[in-house]
Every structure is written in C-alpha cells, then in structure tokens.
Design a protein around this ligand. Structure first.
Ligand code: AMP
Length: 119
C-alpha cells in the first residue's frame, strides 16, 4: 500500500489549497511558499515517493506533468517568454515532500539554476 502524503491530502481535499488543475492522473495547486510570481506544483495523484521509484506503468502520469506544464504556460502567457520546471529528487536534491511533483515557476527573468530569489 502506498503511503498518504501531505500532497495526497491536498488532492483529496482534506487539506485546503489553491487548486488550479485536476484530472485522473495529476493535480496542480499553488505552492504555499512561492519563489516566483507564478509558482505552481504539478503533482501525480498517485503518491510515488520520488523519480527513483518510478516504473514504466507511471509513464502516462509522468507525461501528463509536462502537458499540464505546457497548459499552465499558455494560461499564464509565458509559453513564448519562458518559465522553469524543477523536479527535486531525494535529500541531496532538496526534495522535502516525498511525493513526485514538478515545480512550475514563471514571471520575469528567473536567473541561474535552482530556485530564483523571491520577487
Ligand atoms: P520540494 O522541496 O521539491 O519537495 O518542494 C516541496 C514544496 O511544497 C515546497 O516548495 C513547499 O513550499 C511546498 N508545500 C509544502 N506544503 C504545502 C502546502 N500545504 N500547500 C502548498 N505547497 C506546499
């Protein structure tokens, strides 16, 4: 059995969030501690702990992370100007929540690698 995470609780509505998108495979909501004007987390509905745990069966959900990122980019009108997608993996990668999620960051020039400075 897969363990429930804080993001599972957001997805099932136990914990409140600013939900931006939801379908059968992924959900997207605003990061509680935004590092850019637009900082959205796109999360697999299934609580896969990390990229190190994915299997071929997860490919549809993992692919959906990208199609939803592209949709957000269009919605925020940054698909041409640019944005950043980050997936942190494991302790040394800075992953705090053990449930695969893609950070979508946009809004102005983001600077070098890693999270931009908060605006
Ligand atoms: P990571 O370090 O890649 O695991 O990112 C975890 C992210 O989850 C951080 O950017 C947090 O600000 C964010 N976060 C933690 N709790 C919540 C919450 N309840 N609602 C929205 N975002 C959250």
């Amino acid at each position: 059995m897969t363990e429930e995470t804080i993001f599972s609780k957001i997805i099932n509505g136990t914990i409140p969030s600013t939900l931006i998108y939801h379908d059968d495979l992924v959900s997207a909501f605003a990061d509680i501690n935004p590092k850019a004007e637009h900082h959205i987390l796109i999360v697999t509905n299934k609580p896969i702990p990390s990229v190190s745990d994915v299997t071929a069966a997860d490919e549809p959900a993992l692919g959906r992370l990208f199609t939803v990122a592209a949709k957000l980019a269009r919605d925020f009108k940054v698909d041409q100007s640019g944005y950043r997608l980050i997936i942190n993996c494991g302790p040394d990668g800075g992953q705090e929540v053990p449930h695969i999620h893609m950070h979508f960051l946009a809004g102005g020039k983001l600077g070098g690698l890693g999270f931009p400075e908060k605006h």
